[in-house]
Design a protein around this ligand. Structure first.
Ligand code: GUN
Length: 295
């Protein structure tokens, strides 16, 4: 393997150390940042993500209220839970884990989270502010990818970034963040999606390729140029009867062969995943700090 491995765990640890200092300062002022995580149903990936978020809060002494309800909960009941969290001064961030059961309208739920507690950065107000370049909560995975690139020594400035996927969670906000006229951004961004023909024509031009389309091991060595930097956002469960769990997690990139060719690559797991959680912690601390200015 010739590529540099972009170590999301190490970079996350560095950022979490920086956050620890801010949290200690807040504690001295009598303020403990608080995050509410809301988990509906028992989707295996969601259960695992929420568990990781809870552990990360514990590690940093962030107060965490974990609300878990059966998938049969009504939309009205869930809205009432959010209303309670909205009024709770111990809670600075509200995270409703996606996906939600089909009978619940995601938009109604996210519209109910007040922008000042929307640490996921999904509310229309935060997305709108992001588009306008105003201070806001940036959604965690895109913010984590930007930070990962900067801190690993591959800043996007002046580069051609090709983003695969246009989801509201990753592709869409990431394209917006990286094309901003600002240090640590300022990239030329191409977004490819299910309507793109001959996707390799674009991926081969990428200085930085971000694979976020949720297709296991879709990106192969022939699709990338040899000095490219690859960020793999995919977290796909594929059957693996030979393993104890019966599955393994792979990214959207065929890691072994692509890592033989490119300049740098983020692994799955251990790349973008830890950064997403770290950005959530960062947004929660930021929200707690901002709450002081509103008192
Ligand atoms: N499900 C998968 N990723 C995310 C995320 O970043 N935030 C929330 N709320 N749910 C998710």
């Amino acid at each position: 393997m010739s590529a540099i491995i972009i170590d999301g765990k190490k970079i996350s640890r560095d950022i979490r150390h920086e956050l620890e200092n801010q949290i200690a300062d807040l504690r001295r002022e009598g303020l403990i940042p608080g995050l509410a995580t809301v988990l509906i149903g028992n989707n295996a990936a969601s259960v695992s993500y929420v568990r990781m978020k809870k552990k990360a809060c514990q590690d940093l002494s962030i107060y965490n209220e974990c609300i878990e309800r059966d998938a049969s909960i009504s939309e009205k009941e869930l809205l009432s839970i959010i209303d309670g969290l909205k009024r709770d001064s111990k809670i600075h961030g509200i995270l409703v884990q996606l996906p939600l059961p089909d009978h619940i309208n995601e938009k109604s739920i996210f519209d109910a989270i007040p922008p000042e507690k929307d640490v996921d950065g999904f509310s229309p107000v935060n997305l709108g502010k992001m588009m306008l370049g105003e201070d806001c909560f940036l959604s965690c995975t895109p913010a984590g990818i930007q930070e990962l690139l900067i801190r690993s020594g591959f800043p996007p400035d002046g580069k051609h970034v090709v983003v695969l996927g246009r989801s509201h969670l990753v592709g869409l906000p990431l394209a917006n963040i990286l094309m901003k006229k600002a240090k640590g951004a300022n990239a030329t961004v191409t977004v490819c999606h299910t309507g793109t023909k001959n996707i390799s024509d674009y991926t081969r031009q990428a200085d930085i390729l971000v694979a976020a389309m949720g297709k296991p091991e879709f990106i192969t060595a022939d699709m990338v140029k040899d000095d490219a930097v690859i960020v793999d956002v995919g977290t796909n469960r594929v059957e693996a009867p030979e393993t104890e769990r019966g599955y393994r997690i792979v990214g959207d990139v065929k890691f072994e062969e692509v890592a033989e060719k490119v300049r740098a690559i983020s692994p799955v797991p251990g790349g973008v995943g830890p950064m997403t959680i770290t950005m959530l912690l960062q947004n929660t601390v930021k929200s707690a700090i901002l709450s002081l200015t509103r008192q």
